[in-house]
Design a protein around this ligand. Structure first.
Ligand SMILES: *Cc1c(COP(=O)(O)O)cnc(C)c1O
Length: 355
């Protein structure tokens, strides 16, 4: 395994005063990780350096053609003061899955996890202690060739930056209102929907603005071909409790395979709760809402962990779910996942790892 050279900052930045006011991704720690790729050489020069702007040519390919991928994970402060990661190997596996789609050369997954560990260890004092707060970890790779021809980059940069973030729901779990988007789509099968790449998020902004303007906090995405099947909610996977069965859309190329989604399915299975991954039509969902079969709904993702959905707006119709309160299964999943992530509960699966 490559070694990682270290250059420490001369003067540490002041830490945030109030960990309850952190918000999301607004401040960054003292250090960052960098590594270069050059065709014919491979990945080289792994280093931890002071957090600072990265010099880039105005012709750098990522700025023009979006050859970029990223990941999102967190470090959690356990009750004993130790710092833990949640299934980090799955993030690096997914980074390479995204990279494969975008012609970005793979990184050594174990080495990338080790880079996260070393960086978090160096900036360990930045891992918040406030309830629900954590250190968000953003690994990303972008094309840095100084060239305007469209082709897979020969020079890329892999970086990891860290940002202390507050609790997603500072006032406790709060059901959100969702807008079903029937015009714009996020991704199509055959495209990049299953990858974490910049362009997917650029494609989502317009509908997000539209939903916000109508008084809704997130978009419920439909499939890009028939505009008929449920895909995701905002940048989260989505689950519905229909009767006594939990249903989440099957991964068919346009949906991001969330690690929280996978963990929910594994937890449900271990509890003996029936869960299905299958195509789920909007019509079935709205029918379920009208007939009372739709009991609970929630989004899943690293940022919010579990986000209960209280209402769905579809055209002129608004379906209120579970009286806009948190369902019992939604609550149970939230408690189980956050318990494991913050090292407060038993971890029968070995998902939580110390740094
Ligand atoms: C990151 C992401 C998710 C959630 O994935 P996790 O691994 O659970 O954080 C879901 N959908 C989209 C579009 C995402 O970008």
């Amino acid at each position: 395994m490559q070694t990682i050279s270290v250059e420490r900052v001369a003067v540490l930045k002041p830490k945030p005063q109030d960990e309850n006011e952190l918000g999301f991704g607004r401040i960054f720690t003292d250090h960052m990780f960098l590594m270069d790729y050059d065709a014919g050489v491979g990945w080289h020069d792994a280093r931890i350096v002071p957090f600072a702007p990265i010099p880039l040519s105005p012709a750098a390919m990522c700025l023009h053609y979006g050859q970029e991928i990223f990941e999102g994970m967190k470090a959690y402060r356990a009750p004993d003061g130790g710092i833990r990661l949640f299934r980090p190997e799955l993030n690096m596996e997914r980074l390479n899955l995204s990279g494969n789609r975008l012609c970005i050369p793979p990184v050594d997954e174990a080495f990338a996890v080790e880079a996260v560990r070393q960086l978090v260890r160096m900036d360990a004092d930045w891992v918040p202690r406030a309830e629900g707060a954590s250190l968000y970890i953003r690994p990303f790779i972008f094309a840095a060739d100084e060239q305007l021809g469209v082709h897979p980059a020969k020079h890329l940069i892999f970086s990891i930056i860290l940002s202390p973030v507050g609790a997603y729901f500072p006032g406790g779990l709060d059901p959100v209102k969702i807008y079903v988007e029937q015009e714009y789509v996020r991704a199509v099968r055959g495209g990049m929907g299953y990858t974490k790449t910049a362009g997917n998020y650029a494609a989502s902004l317009k509908a997000q603005e539209k939903a916000n303007a109508a008084g809704y906090s997130q978009v419920l995405w439909l499939d890009g071909i028939e505009h008929k099947y449920i895909e995701e909610v905002g940048a989260m996977n989505v689950f519905f409790v229909l009767g006594d069965t939990v249903v989440t859309p099957a991964l068919q190329g346009s949906i991001l395979g969330g690690i929280t989604r996978r963990s929910c399915l594994e937890l449900l299975q271990s509890w003996g709760v029936r869960a299905e991954e299958r195509p789920l039509a909007l019509a079935e969902l709205m029918e379920g809402a009208r007939g009372g079969r739709l009991k609970e709904a929630f989004g899943s993702g690293t940022a919010a962990v579990i986000s209960p959905i209280g209402a769905l707006r579809c055209g002129e119709e608004e379906a209120v779910i579970n009286g806009s309160t948190i369902g019992s299964l939604t609550r149970r999943l939230y408690d189980a996942l956050t318990g494991i992530q913050w090292g407060r509960a038993p971890d029968p699966f070995g998902w939580s790892v110390a740094i």
